[in-house]
Design a binder for this molecule. Structure first.
Ligand code: LLP
Length: 433
């Protein structure tokens, strides 16, 4: 839903982005809510051929806000939270407890207590320490609690090593190959107040290769097949995690999340048939594929530095403080001059962030028209893990976040100001100079 309007401006969901920047300033993060809704619909479509129940749990780490949790609820899907902070925000949004799943490799006693207080849907248990705490807590409280066990299948997905999680050498989950998973299952089944609803896996993020999923599923089902005879255990829920790759630039591979899901769920049914197992509920927990393509960021262009035959730097009024992905994962983005969309791209520039770090480069070698200070750069497909990972490095305030839909805009998160920093500050008591 990106359009160029009669004023040669970038328009999103019927809203002129230049007008938005006049209203809210820059950098400005814009979410096209129709695209979010469409992405969820397509993921549902991707699961539609599965002959059992399905559930989508939005991995809210990719982007969360009170209003956004409310939109997710309107679409009638569940969410994952990974900290007391995300749980708190979801509660503030009035998100129904039963549709919240709690993840994390080091949940604190306080976080687990909060989760039980709120009576959330499922806790995805990651390790023996957590299993022990949860066993004690639920016994003390005599509170029956649904859990999934996170299993590490021992499969390396083809993605950046920082976001790969299913390989044997991972900090997450119970290892399948060395017997930890079976031991965890036996312990959990033994606990009086834990209901083992099923198993969970998550093999990484930004994965296009569907085989990584099916190989992992195969490994897990192979063990489940044995466990079902040995223990009083039935796989009612299988959560295959998230990680479905999305495009950030035209160069990135193009199998849509919907297609990826069609392929994986079909393969999963084939595997279940092979083992003669009934179809469990199939859950997914996508983050990026719901929000990535829905977000754009608009920056104002400031200084430039031309180094003949080397590089032409164009600086913007944001960068790694609102999008650390290029610096951290070597992620690629593309952009346009939002206020002069149809101007010919007759030069090649590199977009520099404003942080005092040479590594704060947002885009290298981007074709653009000649630009001057005050022009606005739109970077697209920034909805996943950008605002969510934003920081105040260099004391740069975080941008505002605006939702647009059907020609209307809504300020979901207001821009930070330097005064906000003072909420956490104490001057020395005796200091007077
Ligand atoms: N489930 C679990 C247990 C996860 O750890 C994650 C992501 C997801 C689901 C959602 O994955 P998605 O569908 O969004 O790929 N900051 C990195 C990505 C880290 C992903 C962490 N876990 C990035 O910017 O690429």
């Amino acid at each position: 839903t990106i359009h160029i309007n009669a004023r040669n401006h970038l328009e999103i969901a019927g809203v002129d982005t230049i007008e938005l920047t006049k209203k809210y300033g820059t950098p400005l993060v814009i979410y096209d809510i129709q695209t979010v809704r469409k992405n969820i619909r397509e993921l549902k479509e991707g699961l539609a051929d599965y002959k059992g129940q399905t559930e989508i749990s939005y991995a809210s780490k990719a982007f969360s806000s009170v209003a956004f949790y409310q939109i997710i609820h309107q679409e009638n899907i569940s969410i994952d939270v990974v900290s007391g902070g995300e749980l708190y925000l979801a509660k503030q949004a009035g998100f129904p407890a039963k549709k919240i799943n709690f993840h994390g490799n080091n949940k604190s006693l306080q976080e687990l207590t909060d989760a039980l207080d709120y009576n959330i849907g499922n806790i995805i248990v990651d390790n023996f320490h957590e299993l022990e705490i949860l066993k004690q807590l639920t016994e003390q409280r005599q509170q029956m609690t649904n859990i999934l066990l996170r299993i590490t299948p021992g499969v390396s997905a083809d993605t950046h090593q920082y976001i790969m999680t299913g390989q044997a050498d991972s900090k997450f989950g119970f290892d399948l190959q060395n017997g930890q998973a079976e031991k965890a299952l036996a312990e959990a089944l033994d606990a009086s107040y834990l209901n083992v609803a099923g198993l969970h896996m998550h093999i990484g993020s930004q994965i296009f290769d569907t085989e990584s999923y099916t190989v992992s599923m195969h490994q897990i089902l192979n063990h489940v097949n044995k466990w079902q005879n040995k223990y009083d255990f039935q796989l009612k829920v299988f959560n295959m995690g998230g990680g479905f790759g999305v495009q950030h630039t035209v160069e990135e591979a193009e199998n849509s999340p919907e297609n990826q899901l069609k392929m994986i769920s079909q393969q999963f049914m084939n595997l279940l048939d092979e083992y003669g197992m009934p179809y469990p509920e199939l859950w997914i927990e996508p983050g990026r594929s719901i929000v990535g393509e829905a977000g754009s960021t608009i920056y104002e262009i400031g200084s430039q530095k031309k180094l003949p035959n080397i590089r032409h730097y164009v600086s913007i009024n944001g960068g790694m403080s609102d999008n650390i992905r290029p610096a951290f994962y070597d992620a690629k983005y593309t952009g346009f001059v939002a206020n002069r969309m149809n101007d010919e791209a007759n030069t090649t520039v590199s977009i520099a962030g404003k942080a005092c770090e040479s590594g704060d480069m947002l885009i290298f070698d981007l074709p653009l028209p000649e630009v001057e200070a005050g022009d606005l750069l739109a970077v697209i497909n920034t909805g996943d893990y950008t605002f969510a990972m934003a920081s105040n490095y260099n004391r740069i305030p975080r941008p505002a976040v605006v939702f647009v839909e059907e020609g209307k805009d809504f300020l979901a998160i207001r821009r930070e100001t330097p005064e906000d920093f003072m909420r956490f500050e104490n001057g020395l008591p005796e200091y007077n100079n």
